[in-house]
Design a protein around this ligand. Structure first.
Ligand code: PTJ
Length: 262
């Protein structure tokens, strides 16, 4: 990423793209993962590329749900491994969750490469690779149906960053609490999840780490109360109203940039 100018106004965004391109060249980010990222970037513009209040609420509730879970699992795909490898491991440790590789475009090679990336970043155990993924999610036909019998299959709470809607629905039908991280508030995943975090995964996971550090010592009753009081429909409405209000404000304030000759 040495070509990215240090003072480029969109430096952060360009560097994030480079991480995905590197992961793609190394063979573990799916080609389609690059397209998915572009879609995410578009929605990130609409929310102002920051963690908006309803996202912070959902992140806090998600951490509470992970902390009270019996078998919490964090599902990792190519994009997540490229963008937040260290951070998903740190979060998993803080909430005592297992890490499982689970791919939409599944190949043995990508599975193993992602497990390697996670191990290189400090993960001790990575589920879902090869024969470990021998249980199946009912009614699901993508390659994502194959899951670890010690992981997603028995999980009560699953965190799925950048997911496809199909599996979210299938996991809900199995009675699991599904936490999605998806910049698109209108995606099927966002609408089917139990707790939807409309935020960029590069901000969401670090925020969740901070919440987990704060909330680890909380009484269980308090955590249960936080989860019970949450309403995903209401929270998604707040996200959409936030976008609407932000766009209205932009329109009234003016959109074009000013330039003065020096
Ligand atoms: O690694 P694999 O094989 O499991 O494949 C991963 C992708 C992401 C290619 C696969 O799951 C897929 O095709 O996903 P979709 O259906 O394109 O959905 C991805 C969703 O993630 C879209 O709604 C995007 O808006 C959103 N998204 C993209 N980048 C980010 C994001 N959400 C949060 N943070 C991002 N950085």
């Amino acid at each position: 990423a040495s070509w990215v100018p240090p003072n480029h106004p969109r430096r952060e965004s360009l560097l994030i793209r480079e991480r995905l391109v590197d992961g793609f060249k190394e063979g573990y980010v799916a080609t389609q993962g690059l397209i998915a990222h572009g879609r995410g970037e578009c929605f990130d513009y609409l929310i102002g590329e920051s963690s908006i209040p309803p996202a912070l609420t959902a992140e806090r509730v998600a951490v509470a749900a992970l902390l009270i879970a019996k078998h919490p699992v964090i599902s990792v795909n190519g994009n997540t491994a490229a963008l937040v490898p260290r951070q998903v491991i740190e979060l998993a440790k803080l909430v005592n969750a297992k890490l499982e590789v689970n791919l939409f475009y599944r190949t043995r090679e990508r599975e193993e490469l992602i497990a390697r990336v996670l191990r290189e970043n400090g993960a001790e155990e990575v589920l879902g690779v090869g024969d470990d993924a021998s249980c199946t999610i009912p009614e699901l036909f993508s390659e994502r149906r194959r899951v670890s019998c010690r992981g997603i299959y028995i999980a009560d709470v699953v965190l799925v960053p950048l997911e496809d809607g199909d599996r979210t629905e299938a996991l809900r039908r199995m009675g699991k609490i599904v936490i999605a991280i998806d910049l698109n508030p209108l995606s099927r995943t966002s609408r089917a999840a139990s707790i939807t975090i409309v935020d960029n995964v590069v901000r969401a996971i670090p925020n969740m780490i901070k919440f987990a550090e704060e909330m680890r010592g909380m009484p269980r009753d308090e955590l249960i109360r936080i989860v019970r009081n949450f309403n995903n429909e209401e929270n998604l409405r707040s996200v959409i109203m936030f976008i609407r209000d932000r766009l209205s404000e932009l329109v009234s304030k003016g959109i074009t940039l000013e330039f003065s000759k020096s």
